[in-house]
Design a protein around this ligand. Sequence first.
Ligand code: HEC
Ligand code: HEC
Length: 361
Amino acid sequence: MGPVGARTGGRTFAHDGCSCPEWRRAGAERNPARLRAPDRLAILIRRAIIVFGLALAGAGAGIAGWVLSAPKPAFSAADESRLSGGDPQKGKLVFDAGQCASCHTSPGQPDRLRLGGGMALATPVGTLRPPNISPHPTDGIGGWSPVEVANAVMSGVSPSGQHYYPAFPYTNYARMEVADMRDLVAYLRALPPVERRPSPHDLPLLFTIRRGVGLWKVLFFDPSPLPAEPSRGEEWQRGRYLVEALGHCAECHSPRNLAYAVKADQRFAGGLNPEQAGSAPNITRDRIGSWSKADIAEVLTSGRTPDLRYVGATMADVVTNIAQLPASDRAAIAVYIKSLPAIPTPDEAKHHRFPQVSERR
Ligand code: HEC
Ligand code: HEC
């Protein structure tokens, strides 16, 4: 039951000058100055509690967000010896399987081992320029410790404790074996130093707040090792490792959600090319079920598909790298790809819009 005055549209009649409790409360709402002191104090206290509670909740969320988004590098100074003294010969295989050259080779020069960086890597939010990872002491990573390199590649954390953007596929490399990381460090050290400072990334201001990547990682980054699958054979295990930890095939061949993370239940079903040019096709049985293991290995060796096309676009770079691996590794990749469950192609990847390259090499 509201006060009489309120029910008559704010004008008061019967209660004018009256001191019954209902009228006091109605008057107080219209005119706080008419409150008696203890009532005013009660309201002030109540408001203060609400404001304080909101501030506390906000600060709590802020602190929780800050704590959650903190960089969590996998390696510390104690791991220095585990990551030192690697074999550069073996590291070459890791480098090729991980296709580091695709993004870090400087454009406009033919040598894919000159890792001066600077290519324009288009993403939905802006253009990234992969940095110089040659062993140049100031322009590259020549001055970095093995632990610092490993934390960049496997945890997406820089030496100064900043998050890297997940366009750098550390989300996959995180599952690399430590021995492979050690060999990769040794190989990178052995490459020619390149003097070059790529221009900075071109991103809208909001996305320059790297701490935000920490929250993304909480939701979408799983650095745990690949789960054991004891029932599978050795070749399958090797193939899975090459595809899921190093080759980052799912990064291009899967649809992504609004936060730009690969949709876990549609891995390999095809997706927009991350570089926003066309799509990478479905490579599950749903689409290439009729291809033999040898057919898949052939694509990875020469780029030729069983229907006698040659893959182009970013897949041509993938082939340049994967073709360097021993044939047994490409066969292992084929075994793993053949074992993927059939998943229908999502709409976004249905229209495969690449100009067909008839003869590449
Ligand atoms: C798809 C493209 C891509 C591939 C493939 C790639 N990177 Fe990168 N990498 C990037 C981008 C982009 C950055 C910068 C990320 C940022 O600034 O947040 C980066 C950053 C780095 C850094 C940090 C350098 C610095 O100065 O801070 C290192 C080290 C690195 N990459 C090593 C590698 C290695 C080793 C491989 C292969 C195993 C590799 N990357 C493969 C795109 C790539
Ligand atoms: C940088 C993005 C990218 C990565 C990484 C990538 N692919 Fe591709 N892939 C593509 C694109 C784009 C095409 C389509 C090329 C074309 O049709 O010209 C393609 C085509 C293919 C095809 C041929 C499919 C067809 O029907 O023509 C196979 C097989 C394939 N990729 C397997 C792989 C495997 C295995 C890996 C990991 C070792 C991998 N891809 C990594 C982008 C990528």
